[in-house]
Design a protein around this ligand. Structure first.
Ligand SMILES: *Cc1c(COP(=O)(O)O)cnc(C)c1O
Length: 341
């Protein structure tokens, strides 16, 4: 198979339509088989549930070319499970794990020419989405749904090396108690755009959100979970019902314990405690793991000892290990890597 003629080393994190996408429809109480199409446009009612009442959820995962030339996906079964949970909460009919994995396989295989080669630093970003496309005007679940997976090649999230970032403690809340913070709903992102703009306008990379109920405990950013490292080398990650359960974070916790022999604490993390940590990082599929160098808040600033030039040593080891597992140079735990072709 001939690869597309792209400048793999200089791709940005942007949408570039590829040749094929998988589309399935839910109608009259059942999903059809679904299949590949070259049509990148969605056509639907002006009164569609997604347009009127934001009835939509999504996933994000990547395919990698391994050192030995296979194309693999990283833990797509967990994305399938998370999409099922998101669908339940939004009254969207579930997509079975079997259909989800078949769709991922078909889309990646059909777009193999778009999967960046090993060593380029680029990957194939896969975006499953699930939304109400049938008409609703009274507030209710839509009568029809579309499940779609497209993919787009993306460059390394951090061009020219990984630079530690500076965060702003947000004055806004991301997720209400008993709300939708723990599902991957489009609506969680719509309402984060304004706080995100405020932070970027002031020169910050991202917001740090606290829990909405007490505004005392660290939750996450708009799209990534936190990992902290104590001065004794313990990995600490916030535990809360209103955090999105990041697959990257769950994988890094496993790696910390089973590959690096570190102690991990998943618990409530008061904001007042973070000044004592040695390292701070964000984790998610897009950037894998990004070091944080400072968090500014009204009237002060916390700077981590790992500094503004490079990531801390534990963050570095976590990153090398997970990237090695994804690219096939470090042995993966059972079931983490799905070979597609
Ligand atoms: C997708 C997402 C993450 C990261 O999850 P991964 O499964 O690691 O990609 C973290 N926080 C939020 C709010 C998200 O939507």
């Amino acid at each position: 198979m001939e690869k597309k003629n792209l400048d793999w080393g200089n791709l940005s994190f942007a949408y570039m339509p590829t040749d094929y996408r998988f589309v399935a429809h839910y109608k009259n109480g059942a999903w059809d088989e679904g299949g590949l199409t070259t049509d990148s446009m969605c056509t639907m009612s002006e009164c569609a549930g997604v347009i009127q009442y934001a009835q939509t959820c999504f996933e994000g995962l990547k395919a990698y070319t391994t050192k030995d030339g296979r194309i693999v996906a990283f833990r797509p079964d967990l994305n399938a499970e998370r999409l099922m949970n998101s669908a339940d909460r939004l009254m969207i009919p579930q997509v079975s794990k079997e259909m989800f994995l078949r769709a991922v396989d078909e889309v990646v295989k059909a777009n193999a020419a778009w999967v960046p080669p090993y060593g380029s630093g680029a990957t194939l970003y896969i975006r499953p989405c699930l939304f109400g496309c049938g008409p609703v005007i009274g507030v209710a679940p839509a009568p029809e749904y579309e499940f779609r997976i497209f993919c787009t090649p993306v460059g390394p999230y951090f061009k020219g090396g990984i630079k530690p970032i500076r965060l702003l403690l947000s004055q806004y809340d991301r997720a209400a108690p008993h709300g939708t913070g723990d599902i991957k709903a489009g609506l969680n992102y719509a309402m984060s755009l304004y706080p995100g703009h405020v932070a970027k306008d002031r020169g910050y990379s991202e917001n740090m959100y606290l829990d909405a109920a007490t505004r005392t405990n660290v939750e996450e950013t708009g799209g990534a979970n936190f990992l902290f490292i104590t001065k004794d080398g313990v990995v600490v990650t916030p535990k809360s019902d209103t955090i999105l359960p990041s697959i990257t974070r769950r994988s890094l916790v496993y790696i910390a314990e089973h590959y690096l022999g570190l102690k991990v604490e998943e618990r409530v993390v008061p904001f007042s405690e973070i000044k004592d940590f040695a390292e701070c990082a964000l984790c998610g599929t897009a950037a894998v793991i990004s070091p944080v160098f400072a968090v500014d808040y009204e009237g002060g600033s916390i700077e981590f000892p790992s500094g503004s030039e490079k990531m801390g040593p534990v963050t570095q080891k976590l990153r090398e290990t997970i990237v090695g597992i994804q690219e096939g140079t470090v042995e993966a735990p059972e079931g983490w890597i799905r070979t597609i072709c």
